[in-house]
Design a protein around this ligand. Structure first.
Ligand code: NAI
Length: 399
């Protein structure tokens, strides 16, 4: 019997996947639980599903010996101590691509609206003014979109922008296959001088902190537009504020901020508030009904596959073994300490119990090794108990 506990109002698509796969012991919670209730709610669960507000620390993993896998029904996984999970033999899965399209669509929409100065015109009409003018309003067609960070989201934005008639240039620190008619440019400065709209799709962290600083913003074309739906630390907000006030930039759309409010009631503290032709959104680039549904399905599928066949493809903290059809009479998964002799211990014990290896896959990552072995012969409870008791074993099971 496998118990699955899902927190934080995970989309119903996840439960549908589990039910369709024959799991029926599924407990759902509408929100995140306080730390003192969390452990009790998880006790006895083989699978736990969380989003960003549930924190799983080493103590949780030590207290839950039955836990086999964690699903982060979101993109980020820093709410989970990934190392502690791996050391307890618990792979953690997430949904890195499920909201890619949602972000890309929002960015293209913002580029078009800002080129037409719609945010400003919309506000004026609401205030009762009828400023009917074509001044400062441009079509997207024929303009150049510059994408910084041509990864999952950046490359999708490029495809959408081309279908709106835009030219696409990108700048990435890695060589990337250009999609459609996109072109790579070498230096950021050269790139910034050529584009009408700059959109940022790089990771956060030290490497990209203030990538768009005063110097980079000054290198942008006069009248250009800046869009950031990546991470708040990538743009120097004070420098952007100055560039918008001086008219060097004609507009901006900012979805992510260096410091974001912790709750709905807390106001955003930013000098950009109130500026004309500036779209400010509360980090909702990836937040759509479709992305929530996709996330539910994507992560539940990964968990289902892990439970059903042992595949760890897409795990963020674990040796990855892709799906392959079971051969032979039974499949044994063995998570072990990555030390000399671990595979010997496994195969010797199989020999002792008359199990013949038909197929075997091994991957290691850090301190953990993971083997999926398909065997012919009868896999008895004694064999599983013997393997479990061996000092190299972290976790083992017949799937
Ligand atoms: P990705 O990892 O697929 O792509 C990132 C790209 O940036 C890679 O091609 C990488 O080589 C490139 N890169 C890294 N450092 C660079 C630098 N200094 N200069 C130029 N290129 C650089 O990531 P993905 O999935 O496309 O996400 C992009 C960003 O969007 C991330 O920061 C992510 O956190 C954010 N995001 C924001 C959401 C929102 O709601 N606003 C939702 C989803 C993701």
């Amino acid at each position: 019997m496998t118990r699955i506990v899902l927190f934080e109002n995970i989309h119903a698509s996840a439960k549908e996947v589990f039910v369709a796969a024959g799991f029926d012991d599924i407990v759902t919670y509408a929100g995140a639980l306080p730390a003192d209730q969390l452990l009790e709610a998880m006790r006895g669960a083989q699978v736990v599903g969380i989003r960003s507000r549930t924190h799983l620390d080493p103590a949780i993993f030590s207290a839950l010996p039955d836990l086999q896998a964690v699903g982060c029904f979101c993109i980020g996984t820093n709410q989970v101590d990934l190392e502690a999970a791996a050391l307890k033999g618990v792979p953690v899965f997430n949904a890195p691509f499920s909201n890619t399209r949602s972000v890309a669509e929002m960015v293209l929409g913002e580029a078009i609206l800002l080129l037409r100065r719609i945010p400003e015109k919309n506000a004026r009409v609401h205030e009762g003014f009828w400023d009917k003018t074509a001044d400062g309003a441009y079509e997207a067609r024929g303009k150049t979109l510059g994408i910084v960070g041509y990864g999952n989201i950046g490359s999708q934005v490029g495809i959408l922008a081309e279908s709106a008639g835009m030219r696409v240039l990108y700048h990435d620190i890695e060589a990337k296959l250009p999609l459609g008619n996109a072109h790579a440019t070498s230096t950021l400065k050269k790139f910034l001088a050529q584009v009408d709209v700059v959109t940022l799709h790089v990771p956060g962290g030290r490497e990209t902190e203030n990538l768009m600083n005063a110097e980079a913003i000054a290198a942008m074309k006069p009248g250009a537009i800046l869009i950031n739906a990546s991470r708040g630390t990538v743009v120097d907000i004070a420098a952007l504020h100055r560039a918008l006030k001086s008219g060097h930039l004609s507009g901006a759309a900012i979805d992510v901020f260096p410091t974001e409010p912790k709750s709905r009631d807390e106001p955003l503290d930013s000098p950009l508030r109130g500026l004309p032709n500036v779209i400010l959104t509360p980090h909702i680039g990836g937040s759509t009904q479709e992305s929530q549904e996709n996330i539910g399905r994507e992560v539940a599928e990964k968990l289902r596959r892990y439970l059903g066949s042992g595949t760890t493809k897409g795990a963020v903290n674990f040796p990855e073994i892709a799906y392959h059809e079971q051969m032979g009479a039974a499949r044994i998964v063995h998570i072990h300490h990555n030390v000399p002799g671990a595979m010997g211990a496994l195969t010797n014990l199989m020999g002792e119990y008359g199990l013949n290896i038909v197929s075997q896959q091994l991957q290691t990552r850090g301190k953990i090794g993971y083997a999926i072995t398909d065997v012919d012969g009868e896999v008895t409870d004694q064999f599983i108990e013997g393997l479990r008791a061996h000092p190299v074993t972290v976790r083992c099971a017949r799937v």
